[in-house]
Write a protein that binds this ligand. Sequence first.
Ligand code: BG6
Length: 470
Amino acid sequence: MTVEQFPKDFLWGGAVAANQLEGAYNEDGKGWSVQDVTPHGGFGPITKEPTEDNMKLVGIDFYHRYKEDIKLFAEMGFKTFRTSIAWSRIFPNGDETEPNEAGLKFYDDLFDELLKYNIEPLVTLSHYETPLHLAKEYDGWVNRKMIGFYENYVRTVFTRYKGKVKYWLTFNEINSIIHAPFMSGGIATAPENLTQKDLYQAVHHELVASALATKIGHELMPEAQIGCMVLAMPTYPLTPNPDDVIAAMEAERKNYFFSDVHVRGVYPGYMKRFFRENAIELDFGPEDEELLKNTVDFISFSYYMSSTETADESKRVAGEGNILGGIPNPYLEASEWGWQIDPKGLRIVLNDFWDRYQKPLFIVENGLGANDKLITDEYGNKTVNDDYRIDYLNDHLVQVGEALKDGVEVMGYTTWGCIDLVSASTAELKKRYGFIYVDRYDDGTGTLERYKKKSFSWYKEVIETNGTSL
Ligand code: BG6
């Protein structure tokens, strides 16, 4: 790009989640989270106790090595770093009244280390890591009591970190609860036994809790910016047949529902229709309608792929992909894990959200999971020639530039897994996203040493030039 399109204060950075990289799953008083009993990823079987084959138990040992890693992020010039607070470090069971000081202290130190390099922490309050006890004892978000437990947790961390953290996200990919009720919503009831009523009741509880967090956050931290976080996936009609167009519209509304409530503060008409036609009667608390009016300051989202929809059942083939799946698009290629690559879809998502809401947008996840090969270069340095990752990110960022030209307001961009970490869907480490390679393998071997990939200096230059190098 020859012209500077990115705003001067654009928040460039990277994103991770506590459970996918910290490790130390039982240190300093941490309780188990739902991640500790899903050794094969978000859709795999659940174990009774953490088992040795769960790569998340050690992660990439960020808990002990975060200083070294943050130094590398600073070297790339990160303006922001998105991570989550592991709820079960703060409240090991989730339903205690008093927090675990050692857990609080860890994040104090982590945020201080970021601030030392002028890196703004961007913090997800709940990223697929509900304390396991809340899943077992209460069936997660199906139970209204969760709102109170979450309120206690967010009040605690807002009060503790109010001088350090300005940007907060309430729930990671809140719309994914429909597809991954245990990982996303801590719902222990097996999906085949979960009624639609209970599932949407859980959704309602999360939406109320999110609005409550926004309210409390604004009261305690007038400077704070609080956003929702949704999994974005533009859905194209498979053909111009109006029935396919309506099928695509309805698929998109399943996701828009979540951002509509967060931004507009009321349930949309199309969801009321869905509830009516499916005989779902939600229980609303006396203050819920009022609480939902605490709307967010910005909309953040993950973007990996688009999808297609059809009304013709005979053409419906299950696609691989992120949590939502979807019918494959014949015009697009896919990653090694079957995720279809569609940079222009990112421009479409940005424009759609902007036209719908006129609120600032933040791309907090985007990236390519690939089976990188570590090599030794001519200078004897270990590295990865990840030109495919550079191409992927470059193409997506060019489309962000297009959206900026369209007049869309974008606050920032954080690539997913800026350092290699454990995959959420498959729990593999070989599905690598990072600019930094971590020497650790799915069989549990590896030194945990860090090596810069080729994309490391590419991203450094993108940030240094504020995007003109793209
Ligand atoms: C998003 C999640 O769905 O996609 C992340 O918020 C996740 O937690 C990311 O890691 C990439 O998915 P995966 O399955 O490749 O790790």
